[in-house]
Design a protein around this ligand. Structure first.
Ligand SMILES: Cc1cc2nc3c(=O)[nH]c(=O)nc-3n(C[C@H](O)[C@H](O)[C@H](O)COP(=O)(O)O)c2cc1C
Length: 363
């Protein structure tokens, strides 16, 4: 069976190994959501990943409520992403853009607009804003007539991503973001063609994915789902049939890969007793399946050996270890990630994690 260090064909691309970098919001863009030069250094340091799935990146101003997160709706943003993708390519790496709409999680203090969602719900808790934490607001349900405009925002962002030099795009439909708010019945009470039955609730994800695939190629389009357990207040009463239907639909579109974030009961980024759905999803999705959450080498080997996963994406281990692939291959110790600098601006806790690769002591 292939190991973490073996190559894999992913749609139009050939990745050098199966150790992928999971998407990680790091809040190093400007207040106007424009990427900054330090982001090129950060991603280039991590270019030995088989594939970098870039941080969540707003498809429109309405979509991004995270302070200092980047976007892909303006020519200024496209231009500022170019040195980032170039820096990764110069090091022989591959990078996808993760296309992001936060829906009800996007606070008006950041976007200047009331948040939108499938239905009039509010996320529990407080949003990060430039003025500190503020309670999440009740979202305005998107009118059916607004859906074509939303889909075209995804398509423009995908087209901008390709113009900026990304190798493909991942549609963020996980972690309680807008598309997840449409998928799951806890946040979708619609009575139109986007709510109610499973077929209706997967419709928006299907339309967005098909439209993006038509724009950039299905073989450069990926999707992320978080099928098991509640995420940011978004949950479903019967996730297995919902997410197997979604997987079947994505399989029919022929996407390059599907990534699943599936925490277990001891998960450290979300924990749940709801069993992983990847074994069922595997039967419905024939393309490359990438699994994520709390992986180490032993768990990764088990899921690659059993054929459940084709590749594994690592989030926090990559955040803290630019040379993660080398370290895993050599059994080298891992740096621990520092939460205090996850979303702080500047180099500290961003580009200053130690690299061992090539060091004399361990070479
Ligand atoms: C600081 C931080 C930022 C994250 N940002 C994103 C994001 O932008 N998009 C996304 O889909 N998931 C995001 N996640 C979730 C990670 O991609 C991943 O699912 C999670 O960290 C579990 O994987 P790990 O155990 O390998 O870290 C983030 C997680 C962390 C810790």
């Amino acid at each position: 069976m292939p190991t973490l260090f073996d190559p894999i064909a992913l749609g139009a691309l050939n990745a050098a190994n199966r150790t992928f970098m999971a998407p990680l919001t790091r809040a190093r863009a400007t207040r106007d959501h424009v990427p900054t030069p330090i982001m090129a250094d950060y991603y280039a340091q991590r270019a030995t990943a088989g594939l970098i799935i870039g941080e969540a990146t707003g498809i429109s101003r309405q979509a991004v409520g995270w302070p200092y997160a980047p976007g892909l709706w303006s020519s200024e943003q496209v231009k500022a992403w170019m040195p980032v993708t170039q820096a990764v390519h110069d090091k022989g790496g591959l990078i996808f853009a993760q296309l992001w709409h936060m829906g009800r999680m996007a606070h008006s203090a950041v976007t200047g607009r009331q948040p939108v969602s499938a239905s009039a719900t509010a996320m529990p808790g407080d949003a990060h804003t430039y003025e500190g934490k503020k309670p999440f607001e009740i979202a305005r349900p998107l009118a059916a007539e607004e859906i074509p405009g939303l889909i075209s925002d995804y398509v423009s962002a995908a087209s901008n991503a390709m113009a900026a030099g990304f190798d493909g795009v991942q549609i963020h439909a996980a972690n309680g973001q807008l598309l997840d708010q449409f998928l799951r019945d806890g946040t979708n009470a619609r009575t139109d063609e986007y709510g109610g039955s499973i077929d209706n609730r997967v419709r928006l994800l299907g339309r967005v994915t098909q439209a993006v695939a038509d724009e950039v190629g299905a073989d450069r389009t990926a999707v992320r789902l978080s099928p098991n357990g509640e995420s940011y207040g978004v949950d479903d009463s019967n996730p297995a049939p919902l997410f197997t239907a979604a997987a079947e639909m994505l399989d029919a579109i022929g996407i390059a890969f599907l990534e699943l974030r599936e925490p277990g009961p001891d998960g450290t980024f979300g924990a749940t007793d709801v069993p992983r759905l990847s074994p069922q999803i595997r039967r419905h999705f024939k393309g490359a399946l990438v699994l994520n959450s709390d992986y180490d080498v032993a768990r990764a080997k088990a899921d690659l050996d059993s054929g459940l996963a084709d590749a594994i994406s690592f989030g926090r281990p990559f955040l803290a270890n630019p040379d993660l692939v080398w370290r895993l291959r050599h059994g080298a110790p891992l740096n621990k990630d520092e939460m205090a600098t996850y979303y702080s601006q500047g180099a500290e806790g961003y580009t200053d994690y130690e690299t061992l690769m090539g060091s004399k002591a361990l070479a």
